[in-house]
Design a protein around this ligand. Structure first.
Ligand SMILES: C[S@@+](CC[C@H](N)C(=O)[O-])C[C@H]1O[C@@H](n2cnc3c(N)ncnc32)[C@H](O)[C@@H]1O
Length: 315
């Protein structure tokens, strides 16, 4: 099978790279693409990135119900065409391509990260990168046996439309793995919404500076090592129970990410990733379930945690 045959429009390919679109005509999507291009340029090749990839791979298995990497490999080998929709620097697409060497794997992203990914993974002959919009991939309906859209769909212009488009790529028996951000407590949602609008008035430098400050805040709060019991405050969406003080502030008021497993650069990039894109919708579980049923998909695995909902949905 030729990679070009999967597309419904003529595409031109240079080695492992295809460009389907350049800029977005939607201002928020374009701003989001620029924010991610900035993040990936800053992070690419940096110290500690391999540790972040390893963390992400472990989390991927949990988010989508694969008990082990071998379990994921067996699944991927049964899918002859695989799309990593919103692949960033392409390490998950490369992971899939290594685990399923007989399958064709496509990593698609709207940011400039695909140019770097195409260079970094040029040795994987079953892996291709596409600069394109995952809301309108130009791939043929029914052409992709496994679509993975991990930590991406809420950054697209209209996530519900993107979900419908990606679902339409599945043949009968195909599966769609998807993740959405969960809605959080009211103070945190209000602050996050404020940033979605105010990013237009801020430079990337200002958001990097704030990201560093937030990493430092997360670190200092974690180091306090204080636990307490919060009351339930239902009107604010604050759930009662025992919390570490950093987690309490993080979930209910402000994202101040810090994980001692990561370098400062990876921690800062995680905070930047949250505060810089104007498109970053959050969902209730009912809203996510609605998208799944609207597209007549069957849930094969469902996962919920404080930050997100995720699962695998079959056609
Ligand atoms: C949080 S990152 C996740 C990257 C990767 N999936 C991972 O798990 O590491 C979100 C990615 O989605 C991409 N993205 C956002 N909107 C997109 C769109 N409409 N089409 C393609 N990619 C998009 C961004 O450029 C960014 O690389």
């Amino acid at each position: 099978m030729n990679i070009e045959d999967l597309f419904g429009v003529p595409v031109s390919r240079t080695n492992n790279l295809i460009e389907v679109v350049g800029a977005s005509q939607h201002a928020n999507q374009q701003q989001t693409n620029e924010a991610f291009s900035e993040k990936w340029h800053k992070l690419e090749g940096r110290q500690g990135i391999e540790e972040a990839y390893a963390f992400q791979q472990e989390w991927y298995l949990k988010l989508y119900g694969f008990e082990t990497e071998e379990n994921l490999a067996t699944f991927l080998r049964s899918k002859k065409t695989i799309l990593d929709a919103g692949c960033g620097l392409g390490y998950k697409a490369a992971w899939f391509a290594r685990l399923a060497p007989e399958s064709i794997v496509i990593g698609m992203d709207f940011s400039e990260s695909v140019y770097q990914a195409a260079v970094d993974y040029a040795d994987l002959k079953n892996l291709f990168f596409v600069r394109g919009d995952i809301a309108d991939t130009k791939l043929n309906a029914g052409s992709i046996a496994y679509v993975s859209c991990d930590q991406v769909i809420m950054h697209t212009e209209v996530p519900e439309k993107t979900f419908a488009h990606l679902s339409s790529l599945l043949p009968t028996g195909g599966e769609f793995a998807c993740y959405v951000y969960a809605k959080k407590a009211l103070p945190r949602e209000l602050l996050d919404d404020y940033f979605r609008k105010s990013v237009y008035g801020l430079t990337h430098e200002q958001i990097w500076e704030m990201s560093e400050q937030l990493t430092e805040l997360g670190k200092r709060l974690s180091e306090l090592d204080v636990k307490f019991i919060s009351p339930d405050i239902p009107l604010l969406g604050i759930k009662g129970g025992e919390y570490d003080i950093q987690r309490f502030i993080y979930w209910n008021f402000i994202k101040c990410f810090w994980n001692p497993r990561f370098t400062d650069e990876v921690n800062n990039a995680t905070n930047f990733d949250w505060y810089s894109p104007s498109n970053a919708k959050r969902f209730s579980e009912a809203e996510f379930q609605q998208m799944i049923s609207d597209n007549t998909l069957q849930t094969t695995f469902f996962h919920r945690e404080e930050a997100c909902y995720s699962g695998r949905f079959a056609r």
